[in-house]
Each structure stands twice: as C-alpha cells, then as structure tokens.
Design a protein around this ligand. Structure first.
Ligand SMILES: [Zn+2]
Length: 192
C-alpha cells in the first residue's frame, strides 16, 4: 500500500474534518472532537495586525486537538497538533480556521503493516507515522530504525561484510546481489 499523500497534506476545519482510519481497531475512524480544538495566533502574526494593509488571512495559528475512534468497541483517542491559517470560505466574505496536522499520535497507518512484523518493528513504524506529518527527517530516522528491526527479525546478523550496509540505512540498495535476493525472498513472506 503506498503512502496516502492526500491524508498527509490535507487541512481541515472544525466542521469539515476527515475521518482518519483508526490504527488500533482498523475498522473505525478517528473523528475530530470539535470542542477539543484550541488555536492561538502566533506572536509574530499578532504583531502584523498593526499593519494598515492587515487582513485576517495574514494570521498564522498553532493548534492542538483530540480525535476519537467512532468504533464503540475501540474509542481510541489520538492527539493532533500543528499549524493553522485563516482563509476565506467558498469565495465569500466569511473566514474560517484551517488546520494542518504536524503531529498525530497514534497516527493512521500510512502504509499497511503486516501482523507478522515484530512488536519492535511496529513500534518504530508507529513513531515514523506520528512524525511524518510535520517532521520528515525524524520520520526517516524511525524508518531507518525500523529497517534495522526488520533485519533483526529476519535474523540477518551483523557480519563485517554487511555491517556497513546495515549502518548506511541503504540495505536494499547497497547489499550484494545475492544478499538482496535472499532478503527480498524473506521480505516477500512478510509483505505479501
Ligand atoms: Zn478504533
């Protein structure tokens, strides 16, 4: 399953938030609790309000919110934090706050994670998903760590020959052809 970029890039309002797939029960959707949204203008954008040409859409917001799974047997709660802006709605003169998540925990799964993955691998991927919304560098570090956990699970040992390959984080690109073939065969078992 490829990364759902639409899910990552979308912004929402209090009245128009998507249902994010719940990563805990995998059947319900995380629904925004409107009353949980708290947003404040940044100090920098407040200072611009003295400008004679100031317009509401100059405002930059920081927000926090909670979303809860609508599956009554789950009810998982997720915390969301990020940035926001004030924009005209539907070319009218009305403004609304639009929020863009930069952190989401627990995050919807951005790729499918097979049940056979180890708990350590799943934990790293969860951290990657949570930070991918606004901190791709941090997410990539967790992805690299998750590859290490996968190699551990596949019992690919740290020999002098592949230690450098493992350390590079480019295990599937720089490995020997034979080794890559072996890893791909094992991976296909986990990622089928
Ligand atoms: Zn759920």
């Amino acid at each position: 399953m490829p990364v759902d970029r639409q899910l990552l890039q979308g912004s929402f309002t209090k009245q128009n938030a998507p249902g994010w797939p719940c990563p805990v029960c995998n059947s319900g959707y995380l629904r925004l609790l409107e009353e949980s949204v708290v947003a404040k203008a940044t100090a920098e954008s407040i200072t611009t309000q003295d400008h004679p040409a100031w317009d509401p859409d100059w405002t930059i917001l920081r927000f926090v919110a909670v979303a809860v799974c609508d599956n009554v047997n789950c009810k998982e709660a997720a915390s969301i934090a990020g940035a926001g802006s004030v924009q005209v709605v539907n070319r009218s003169y009305d403004y609304d706050n639009f929020y863009t998540p930069e952190y989401f925990n627990p995050s919807p799964s951005l790729i499918a994670v097979p049940d056979r993955c180890s708990d350590e691998l799943k934990a790293e991927l969860k951290l990657a998903f949570a930070t991918a919304w606004g901190d791709p560098l941090s997410a990539s570090a967790h992805i690299r760590a998750s590859v290490e956990r996968l190699l551990d699970q596949l019992r690919i040992i740290k020999t002098p020959r592949n230690r450098m390959v493992r350390g590079s984080g480019l295990v599937f690109i720089k490995g020997s052809r034979l080794w890559v073939k072996k890893a791909q065969k094992q991976l296909s078992f986990y990622w089928q």
